[in-house]
Design a protein around this ligand. Structure first.
Ligand code: 13P
Ligand code: SF4
Length: 316
């Protein structure tokens, strides 16, 4: 078979899988949610894409019976925390988050004991057990707002030290933090930015708050993944350096064909975010994947922390 015949056959197979996915999703009243870092073919077939905050809100509001969550385990868990009556499926069971794995519920219990006056604000990039030990959750989109809304002088932020340091710059409160981090964002160095800036001197630098502080200090603005998408759409700038996981380049380019986007460092790849395939989604819809489950006592405690966060925007 020639290369072009092979390509045609592959395309036909992919089309066939997508048709089966579409048939099953409507028959089973399922919704496919995908994070902004997911591979292009997954974002393309998703009902909704977004950052962690948007996806938790969308999960809470959907009328679907089944949520196929294309992201990593903490995201599917958050959906299950807010929608216990729905079937939530992460199509690749081993898609985890290295940052979430850096803090256990036992670690947090000890930290709470050591700082009894601190309010515990936990990034959603955490396990359900850790959320259950927390007062309120936050995402990269609302962390500053969440902390500033609290009636407390001292806040313990977990598990991301970089997000905590970003918040510290934007609040008068005393910020304590757990020394966790995202290895994908934390490996970005100032020399990477300097090199891209030399090649593209007119580009503005957008950075995710999981980046280290020396990168944050260089950034023109700091936002969640969806915050960057909104900024790029609305901005008059034509060139952008993107300091986050490279998956975000796909929706940025698709939504702004007249603008240019450069990765800050092309090795910022979260392997866990790339684990789900179209075949995995089809298998999930066929009922061949394990559902996300959470112990009910843990879920109820975690729900309080998540709900406290979801009420923040309404409190203004
Ligand atoms: P966002 O909530 O900004 O999409 O970030 C999620 C994440 O895992 C970043 O690494
Ligand atoms: Fe976790 Fe980092 Fe991957 Fe986001 S990019 S899911 S924080 S490991």
């Amino acid at each position: 078979m020639s290369k072009s015949e092979e390509k045609l056959q592959n395309n036909q197979e992919i089309q066939g899988i997508i048709e089966e996915i579409n048939e099953l999703r409507s028959k089973k009243n399922a919704i496919i949610l995908a994070h902004n870092y997911q591979p292009p073919e997954i974002q393309d077939i998703a009902d909704l894409t977004g950052d962690s905050l948007e996806l938790s809100i969308k999960a809470k509001k959907t009328d679907a019976d089944i949520i196929i969550f294309c992201g990593v385990s903490f995201m599917a868990e958050t959906a299950k925390i807010v929608c216990p009556e729905k079937t939530v499926i992460l199509p690749s069971e081993n898609a985890g988050c290295q940052m979430a794995d850096m803090l256990t519920a036992e670690d947090l219990r000890k930290e709470r004991e050591a700082h009894p006056d601190a309010v515990v604000v936990t990034y959603v990039n955490s396990t359900a057990e850790v959320k259950a030990q927390s007062d309120i959750c936050c995402t990269s989109a609302n962390a500053v707002k969440v902390v500033n809304s609290l009636d407390a002088d001292t806040v313990l932020m977990t598990p991301d030290k970089n997000l905590a340091k970003w918040v510290e710059r934007n609040t008068d409160k005393k910020i304590l933090y757990w020394p966790g981090y995202c290895p994908i964002h934390d490996k970005l160095m100032t020399r990477h930015i300097e090199s891209v800036r030399r090649q593209h001197p007119d580009a503005v630098l957008m950075a995710h708050p999981e980046c280290p502080m020396d990168i944050i200090e260089m950034a023109d603005f700091v936002k969640s993944t969806s915050g960057m998408l909104t900024y790029a759409r609305e901005s008059d700038n034509k060139e952008f350096i993107v300091a986050t996981e490279v998956g975000l380049l796909y929706p940025l380019k698709r939504q702004n064909p007249d603008k240019k986007f450069y990765p800050a460092f092309d090795e910022m790849i979260c392997e866990d975010m790339k684990k789900i395939t179209l075949v995995d989604i089809l298998n999930a819809l066929k009922g061949q994947c394990r559902e996300t489950t959470i112990d009910e006592q843990v879920r109820q405690k975690a729900l309080m922390a998540v709900e406290n966060m979801l009420h923040i925007p309404r409190k203004g």
